[in-house]
Every structure is written in C-alpha cells, then in structure tokens.
Design a protein around this ligand. Structure first.
Ligand code: CAA
Length: 390
C-alpha cells in the first residue's frame, strides 16, 4: 500500500483592514445587492501600509512552524500573482523571517490564480520521493483592479500556508488529476502595473470552459466518478463564480442538478471568501479552510477541487478528509482574525489604492500599522526591509 500524502496543516492570514462593499457601491452609484447577491461578496480585506504578500505569507506559515517545527522542511514553494520582485522569490524573505534551516530550497511559482495548486502537486510528488520530507507551500496575493472597473468589487488580500506531508492530519491528496491549458487573454497584468487588466465576461466563459475540459481529462485519466464527491472547492474570484462553476461541472459530469443539492455541496466553502474577497492563488485553499472550519462533520468526505488561473490553466483533483481532522483546526482563532480587522472608510480605501512601491533609490520608512507578527518596515535603496514585530 502506498503512503497517503496530503495537507497536514493549513493556516491563513489576511490584510488587517476591511472594506465594506457598500463603500464602493455608494461611490459608483451601484445597488449593493449587485454585490451581495449578484456576485456574492460583502467585504474585502485590505493590507495595512506595512503588510504585503511576504508579511501575510509569513504570518500564515508561522502558525504551522510554531505547531510542527521546521524539521524535515527542505522545500518552500511560494505561489503568487503579486510578485514583489522580478528576480528574488518572495519565499526567501519568509524563509529568513521564520528562521528556517539553510538546508532548504525556496522558489516562487506563477500562473495567475492557479499556481498554488501546481505547488501543492509538486510538493506531494517530492514527499512521494522521500516521505520523511515535509514541504511548506505558501499562497499569498493582493488583488487590485482599477477604480471604477468591473473588477473593483472583487479585490481582496490574503494568504494560506500548507504543510504537505505523509500521513496527513487534514486531507489526503488523491493521486491523479485532470489538467487543461489554453493561451487566452481573459485576465493579465503586464510588468510595471499594480492593477490587473481583465475582460470580465470573457473570463467567466473561459473559467467555465476550463472546468469542463479539466473534468473531461480527469475522467479520461480514470478519476473517481462524480457521484463519489460530497463537497467541492473552487477558485473563488467572487463566490457566485463558484456557484456558476459548480452547476457547469455537474451538468458536464452528469450529476444531480437539484439546486438544494448543488447549494449544499459548496455553501460551507464560500463563507471566508465572501468576507475576504479575491485572494487569487490562496482563494481555493481558503475555500477548503472555510469548509473544514464549518459545523459539518466531514470525516472521510471526498472533496473535488477545481483550480483555475486565467491565461489559462486549470486542474481538477480529489482530496479525502481524514478522520479526527477537527482536533487539528484553528476555527475559533480564524474567525477571531476576521472579526478583528479594522474597518476603513472611502478615503482610507482610496489612499490604499494609490499606494505604490518606490521606484527611485532612497530610504522610505512605512508607518507601524500591522497587528501581525511581521511587517514591511520600509525600503533602503529599493531593498525591502522586513521586521519581526512580536
Ligand atoms: N441585484 C441582484 N443581482 C444583480 C443586481 C441587483 N441589483 N444587479 C446586477 N446583478 C447581477 C447580474 O444579473 C449578474 O448576475 P449573473 O452573473 O448571474 O447574470 C451579476 O449581478 C453581475 O452583474 P454584471 O454581470 O452586470 O456585473 P459586471 O459586468 O459589472 O461585473 C464581473 C461582473 C465581470 C464578474 C466583474 O466582477 C469582474 O470583471 N470581475 C473580475 C474578473 C473575474 O473575477 N472573473 C472571474 C473568472 S476569471 C478568474 O477567476 C481569475 C481571477 O481570479 C480574476
């Protein structure tokens, strides 16, 4: 029998500020129901001035290292769309902040919102080769669109960290997956831009097409029949997208299209993303965390995962929740982190939106704002200075 491999621990962090979408609705003269019902979003996390993908990723990963130590971690995979440097991997800063062993490889992965799934699959393959090793996977992003664009209500910020190991406490990643790639321009961010460009309606059609193709490949590879899955986690740029994708998957795969059944299969996965917003690479694993933290009893539940990254790459794969998983959750702490975010008003939101990293050599200090364990203290000659706060 082969050793089961999967997600041994899963933790998250998010921006410490929060914007209610009513602020955007008022500014744009839009009915709030378009957001709360039409796209299924209520609030979005916003990073404080001294928070970024590194501080959020490190804050998520710290919870894992505090609990399990760093022993056996020889690889850190950092997945992001919001890279902070064209050359250096953001994970190298996290490696230093967490004081991980030098006997470690660190690399960054990019493919829009998909790359955390590539990282998870590469991590499981590394553990197959050597089951004594554990791999730290981090997905961290800040989603930013132009003011007034269709994407503006679908911004957000957050990170997840996963410890991938043999005999995992939470979710076994089942072997086999369905994959799909197609060179399209539905969402992209040319070098030098902090806001993404998107063809909104086209991106929805492209996502649905990718769902269909990834599932068809999964079936052709001999994957589980659709009837074996009880719950489904999707990439959630906005939570209504998961509903659209799920309906399309079940139609494609020939499952039960009763709306109450469809709703029950995804409803617990939507709670965190609805109040955090789009977190690009992290969003599908925030969906998993939302599901695990829900009141449902999930021992042995088979979960279908559909990961989509514009541009585009998609993957369908299966996971099985492990008996006793509940003992290893941080559900109360997670809910407290969300509740503790500081609400910001319209003018603070606009200030955040204008924020840019410096582009000229010089010293640049940032205000001390974050309640998190790490902060971006500033820049010296275009070098990022990170600090431990606690
Ligand atoms: N009450 C209730 N519902 C309302 C409403 C109201 N007053 N007003 C509008 N709605 C509904 C609409 O009927 C529509 O519902 P359906 O999609 O079910 O038809 C929904 O609200 C949205 O309305 P519009 O289509 O008119 O909205 P829009 O065109 O302004 O923006 C969007 C929608 C294109 C998704 C936009 O949010 C966007 O561009 N988002 C960014 C791109 C994105 O997230 N794409 C998803 C796939 S790509 C991906 O997943 C990668 C990634 O992370 C970006």
């Amino acid at each position: 029998m082969t050793t089961p491999i999967g997600i041994h621990d899963l933790a998250f962090a998010t921006g410490s500020r929060v914007l209610d979408l009513s602020v955007i609705a008022v500014r744009l003269g839009t009915e709030i129901e378009k957001y709360t019902i039409g796209i299924g979003q209520e609030r979005m996390s916003i990073p404080a001035a001294d928070e970024d993908i590194v501080t959020m990723g490190a804050a998520a990963a710290k919870q894992i290292i505090d609990r399990h130590g760093a022993e056996g971690i020889r690889t850190v995979l950092f997945a992001t769309e919001t890279g902070i440097d064209q050359s250096k991997a953001a994970g190298v800063y996290v490696h230093q902040l967490l004081e991980l062993p030098t006997t470690c490889r660190v690399v960054e992965l990019k493919q829009a919102c998909y790359s955390a799934t590539a990282a998870l699959q590469f991590a499981t393959a590394l553990v197959v080769c050597d089951p004594r090793q554990r791999v730290l996977v981090i997905a961290s992003d800040v989603a930013r669109y132009e003011l007034g664009s269709s994407g503006e209500p679908t911004q957000g910020a957050g990170a997840v960290a996963m410890l991938v190991a043999a005999d995992p406490d939470l979710v076994v990643i089942e072997p086999g997956s369905g994959v799909f790639t197609s060179d399209i321009m539905d969402f992209w961010r040319p070098n030098g831009r902090v806001t993404a460009l998107v063809d909104g309606k086209y991106s929805i059609r492209a996502y649905l097409q990718a769902v269909e193709n990834a599932w068809n490949d999964y079936s052709a590879q001999g994957g589980f029949p659709i009837s074996e899955f009880n719950r489904f986690c999707y990439h959630q740029p906005f939570t209504k997208m998961a509903s659209k994708a799920h309906r399309h998957l079940i139609k494609t795969a020939g499952g039960d299209l009763d709306p109450a059944v469809l709703d029950a299969q995804i409803a617990p996965t939507l709670k965190y993303n609805r109040v955090i917003g789009n977190t690009y690479t992290a969003s599908i694993y925030l969906a998993l965390l939302s599901l695990l933290d829900s009141d449902e009893e999930l021992d042995e539940t088979k979960i279908g995962f559909l990961s989509y990254g514009s541009g585009s790459v998609a993957e369908f794969f299966a996971g099985t929740v492990q008996p006793g998983y509940r003992k290893h959750l941080r559900s109360e702490e997670n809910r407290s982190v969300l509740a503790a975010r500081v609400p910001i008003d319209a003018s603070e939101y606009l200030t955040w939106h204008e924020r840019r990293d410096p582009t000229e050599l010089g010293d640049f200090a940032l205000p001390n704002e974050t309640p998190g364990p790490f902060r971006l203290a500033g820049f010296t000659d275009l070098k990022r200075d990170y600090a431990v706060t606690q």
